[in-house]
Design a protein around this ligand. Structure first.
Ligand SMILES: Cc1cc2nc3c(=O)[nH]c(=O)nc-3n(C[C@H](O)[C@H](O)[C@H](O)COP(=O)(O)OP(=O)(O)OC[C@H]3O[C@@H](n4cnc5c(N)ncnc54)[C@H](O)[C@@H]3O)c2cc1C
Length: 303
């Protein structure tokens, strides 16, 4: 029988590999200066899902919400063993905060009716760690965050070890569940050479349309659309057309999407670069810790 898993994977700027000015003058992230990568903890979520499928049977579907170039993470997931990949892309989703992102992702996931949804614990760009728990709430799935180890999966019940910061907790829950996975949970498997050869030409329709527009700039829109359809049909015949859903496909309420569905207002983004000497060390003694806490209360960091 097996378990159907959906993995949420986000394409993020590689904050460890900055090739230019990371922040623009207006304080927003300069995405063009940062190579795009698979969000690191999402690779561990994918590995957990692949392990579940390999041990207990079932399927692994990977979904990402983003621009067409986010298909790169979907191809990467196919190279590593995912069964299906879905791109959720729509201009009307632009400006989505975590509330709108989790609404859109949960609406798409509901269509897939999985037993287990897996997210990374946190994305390295937005960094909120809110999206997974918000998806669980919207789907009414049990949330198990900070997964370190999958211990058992039997009779629609899962048992996992979760990290609680200063120790571990073993919890059991009935499916369906949403798991957020830590980077200490496993070692993601590498891409398989045969799967790279098989899926390297897999594309979503939006990527094909972009390619056609670049190659046939003089052609009119109807001609470009016809060529896009021909190329998509050819890819579909070979099992290489990546599914693409928009907000209409998933029947999303537009009031909950994009800027309209995003109550978060970003007041200011600030790049903080610590120079040598701008930190202080405190000894692990009661007196020193008391001094640190006193200072943090006085400058209103805590309290
Ligand atoms: C006002 C506002 C406007 C914004 N506008 C934009 C915008 O126009 N374009 C833009 O790219 N971002 C935008 N963002 C950022 C965007 O809201 C967040 O990146 C997104 O909601 C995910 O939050 P996070 O990065 O904190 O992820 P976290 O909550 O830290 O992510 C946890 C996990 O959730 C899953 N996940 C998160 N996002 C996705 C995704 N997109 N697809 C699949 N899985 C996912 C992954 O498994 C990830 O590991 C905006 C944010 C705000 C506050």
């Amino acid at each position: 029988m097996g378990y159907d898993c959906v993995v949420c994977a986000k394409q993020v700027p590689d904050t460890k590999n900055i090739t230019g000015q990371a922040m623009k003058d207006d304080g927003t992230v300069n995405r063009a200066a940062l190579p795009a990568v698979f969000n690191p903890e999402d690779l561990h979520a994918l590995e957990t899902a692949l392990d579940i499928r390999d041990r207990f049977g079932g399927t692994v579907t990977v979904i990402t919400m983003g621009l067409p170039k986010a298909c790169q993470v979907l191809r990467d997931a196919l190279y590593r063993g995912a069964d299906r990949a879905i791109l959720i892309t729509d201009r009307r989703a632009a400006g989505s905060d975590t509330l709108a992102t989790s609404y859109i992702l949960s609406t798409a996931i509901r269509k897939l009716a999985p037993d287990i949804v897996l997210c990374g614990r946190q994305a390295i760009d937005g960094d909120t760690a809110q999206t997974g728990p918000q998806i669980a709430e919207k789907l009414d799935f049990t949330l198990i965050s900070y997964l370190e180890e999958l211990q058992a999966l039997e009779d629609q019940t899962i048992r996992v070890k979760r990290n609680v910061g200063n120790g571990w907790e073993v919890v059991e829950a009935r499916l369906p569940v949403l798991l957020t996975v830590m980077n200490t949970a496993n070692t993601p498997r590498p891409s398989g050479a045969k799967r790279i050869m098989r899926f390297k030409k897999a594309k979503a329709p939006a990527e094909v349309a972009g390619e056609v527009a670049a190659q046939m700039p003089q052609a009119g829109k109807p001609e470009q659309a016809a060529e896009t359809k021909n190329r998509c049909d050819a890819l579909a015949a070979k099992g290489l057309l990546i599914d693409q859903w928009d907000l209409s496909t998933i029947e999303a309420d537009l009031a909950w999407c994009g800027l309209a569905g995003s109550p978060t207002k970003v007041h200011r983004i600030q790049a903080i670069v610590l120079a040598g000497g701008q930190y202080r060390q405190f000894q692990p003694t009661d007196e020193s810790v008391g001094e640190l806490v006193g200072e943090l209360i006085r400058d209103h960091t805590i309290g």
